[in-house]
Design a binder for this molecule. Structure first.
Ligand code: ADP
Length: 157
């Protein structure tokens, strides 16, 4: 049976931390859906289209990666694409506490799902999309924090 995983998030924007988790997951699965949840769309910094484009650019040479958007519960999306694995990154103990309850509730909602955690690469522990947005908002250079293939200069950053 095909091993399908979903890596959900806002990816606003994708960082090197996200990229590293996804690349490390690829050998373990037949396909990985990198899925942008649209629930908090109103408050995003980059538009949905821009975030999708970033992801597509970064993984253009990775046929196992499918970039998608979804609405509603993550577990419902997992059912829809027949994914039995939900991927999450763990940076800190705070991430763990947060993810533990979500993971346990998701398992109640959909017993067929297993949440798989990836410990972040040490160099990305302090990295998150919010920091990247703050740097960009204030005219800084966030190049070292986002995947190499993304060129924010075209967007005026
Ligand atoms: P959310 O909207 O759920 O906060 P994010 O887009 O921030 O989603 O992150 C999606 C996933 O990526 C989460 O599992 C998060 O823990 C993980 N992640 C975010 N930043 C990093 C990082 N620097 N290293 C490893 N994993 C990360």
């Amino acid at each position: 049976m095909k091993k399908t995983a979903v890596f959900p998030g806002s990816f606003d924007p994708i960082t090197r931390g996200h990229e590293s988790v996804i690349l490390r997951a690829l050998p373990l699965f037949d396909e990985v859906y990198v899925a942008i949840g649209m629930n908090a769309e109103k408050n995003s910094f980059f538009t949905l289209e821009q975030r999708i484009k970033f992801l597509e650019t970064v993984f253009i040479n990775q046929p196992k990666v499918k970039v998608v958007k979804y609405k509603g519960l993550t577990v419902d999306f997992c059912k829809q694409v027949d994914a039995a694995y939900l991927l999450r990154g763990l940076r800190t103990s705070a991430d763990f506490e947060f993810e533990r309850s979500i993971g346990q509730i998701n398992k109640k909602l959909y017993p067929g799902i297993e949440t798989i955690f990836f410990l972040t690469d040490p160099q990305y522990t302090s990295l998150n999309s919010g920091i990247v947005r703050d740097i960009l908002r204030h005219g800084g250079d966030a190049g070292q924090f986002i995947p190499e293939s993304i060129n924010l200069k075209d967007l005026g950053y």
